[in-house]
Design a protein around this ligand. Structure first.
Ligand code: ATP
Length: 244
């Protein structure tokens, strides 16, 4: 599905990502964790196509997409969320999803094009809202949603294009414990056939949602393994307990 090969990104004197490789298998849920500044967001941006790598390659569905635009990756079936909200706050929840369903741009960001006919837009939008538990909120304006519900809506907007892979960029950032629990069960209940790459600072959330996890620190790979293996890894414990 997704193959990252020795990926690197240098910003001036900062090596934000250094020699990261990973393979996301069909139907797999893969987490990337690490402390602030580990390079998670930079890695996500290179996979989504927001920034070009300075080394290495990204392959999606068997095709080299390293120099391909975000829009083309979206058309290939990449659904993704954004760390900074991409919602139209004065529009209804339903209309936000319909904009995404039409493959339109929201604040210059491009969504994956619909596979089904255009007249399915409303139907698909309702389905996407149902899958994140927001169907009964569809006529509210976004400004009237809680922070957690806005995150749920962002996931609905990523899902409405029926993506072949879903990239989630720190979806739990800034959420309360209750909102995190809601988000966790929402992601758990997504179709198991949909491969998910989850970038997340919250180790407990990431370990609870994924089949395999990679921990990064200072742009580099620390360990990849099952959630249990990563949780028990001495270096990961030191990183997260702040002893390094
Ligand atoms: P956080 O959890 O705080 O978002 P992160 O793991 O996502 O951290 P990145 O945001 O990818 O880490 O940053 C990795 C390193 O690259 C940091 O040292 C950061 O300051 C640097 N960096 C990121 N983006 C840029 C940029 N546009 N220009 C210069 N340096 C950058």
């Amino acid at each position: 599905m997704l193959v990252i090969d020795d990926l690197g990104k240098r910003y001036g004197g900062v090596q934000a990502v250094d020699g990261i490789s990973l393979v996301l298998e069909p139907g797999e849920r893969f987490g990337v964790i690490g402390p602030n500044g580990a390079g998670k967001t930079t890695l996500f941006k290179m996979i989504a196509g927001d920034v070009p790598p300075t080394a290495g390659a990204v392959h999606l569905f068997g095709k080299d997409v390293t120099t391909m635009s975000t829009a083309r990756r979206a058309r290939m079936g990449v659904g993704r969320t954004f760390q900074i909200s991409n919602l139209f706050r004065d529009m209804t929840v339903f209309d936000n999803v319909r904009v995404a369903a039409r493959g339109g741009t929201s604040k210059a960001r491009v969504f994956w094009m619909p596979q089904r006919a255009k007249d399915d837009v409303s139907e698909r939008s309702i389905e996407a809202l149902e899958s994140v538990g927001l169907a009964d909120r569809r006529n509210l304006t976004v400004a009237n949603l809680s922070h957690g519900e806005q995150r749920q809506l962002e996931i609905a907007m990523a899902l409405v294009g029926e993506p072949s892979i879903l990239l989630l960029d720190e979806p739990a950032a800034g959420l309360s414990a209750v909102e995190r629990a809601t988000l966790k069960s929402l992601i758990e209940n997504l179709p198991r056939t949909l491969p998910i790459l989850l970038i997340e600072h919250d180790m407990t959330l990431a370990l609870g949602l994924t089949d395999r996890v990679m921990c990064m620190e200072n742009g580099r790979h620390v360990v990849t393994g099952t959630p249990a293996e990563v949780r028990d890894n001495e270096t990961v414990r030191e990183i997260y307990l702040g002893r390094r």
